[in-house]
Design a protein around this ligand. Structure first.
Ligand SMILES: Nc1ncnc2c1ncn2[C@@H]1O[C@H](COP(=O)(O)OP(=O)(O)OP(=O)(O)O)[C@@H](O)[C@H]1O
Ligand SMILES: Nc1nc2c(c(=O)[nH]1)N=C(CO)CN2
Length: 161
């Protein structure tokens, strides 16, 4: 079994329902065991596109899927939730990003792991800190302390599997 951390975000429609629907879809997959879900945070959009605030959370799961198979699965979930890619880093009903897959470093045309933007994103790191322990949590804490500027991240709801 592989140990995987995901970041999930939504800023279109009922954002909490969108996050919940994506997590439910992960739990429904027999090859995926969702072990821990962070609280939900309301977060200011990062990346320069003027858009509504996001809801973000982080998920720790175990899976027998390969990284490429997991990517396919999360893209199916995004399609089921009618994600439309119109503007890069623009609004989306749902977005699932693979942050870590075991301690692997992966670089293919479709997949880069660890996620290349995660170290710059409080909306990723703050939820991730909640669901990591030990050395991983210390690593995340250091990344949070090193973030360049204050990014608004406000806990709105505890969420635990
Ligand atoms: N670690 C990863 N997790 C998810 N998708 C990835 C990853 N690495 C590369 N990709 C690729 O990124 C492509 C674009 O993904 P997407 O449109 O969701 O980007 P984004 O979420 O808007 O931006 P960002 O990836 O910076 O958060 C996907 O089709 C996928 O092939
Ligand atoms: N607050 C916030 N900002 C973002 C997000 C996100 O999930 N939350 N996702 C992006 C592209 O993946 C770009 N900017």
């Amino acid at each position: 079994m592989h140990q995987v951390y995901l970041s999930i975000g939504s800023n279109i429609g009922d954002r909490q329902a969108q996050l919940h629907q994506a997590i439910t879809a992960l739990q429904a997959d027999p090859a995926i065991e969702v072990v821990r879900v962070s609280s939900i945070y309301e977060t200011a959009p990062v990346g320069g596109v003027v858009q509504d605030d996001f809801y973000n959370c982080a998920v720790y799961l175990r899976t027998s899927l390969s990284a490429a198979e997991l990517l396919q699965r999360i893209q199916q979930i995004e399609q089921q939730q009618k994600r439309r890619r119109l503007i890069h880093w623009g609004p989306r009903t749902i977005d699932l990003d693979i942050l870590w897959y075991d301690d692997a470093t992966i670089k293919t045309a479709d997949l880069t792991i660890p996620h290349p933007e995660m170290t710059q994103r409080a909306f990723v790191l703050v939820p991730l800190k909640e669901i990591t322990v030990g050395l991983k949590q210390q690593q995340v804490e250091k990344l949070i302390q090193a973030l360049p500027a204050a990014q608004r991240v406000t806990k709105i709801r505890d969420e635990h599997v």
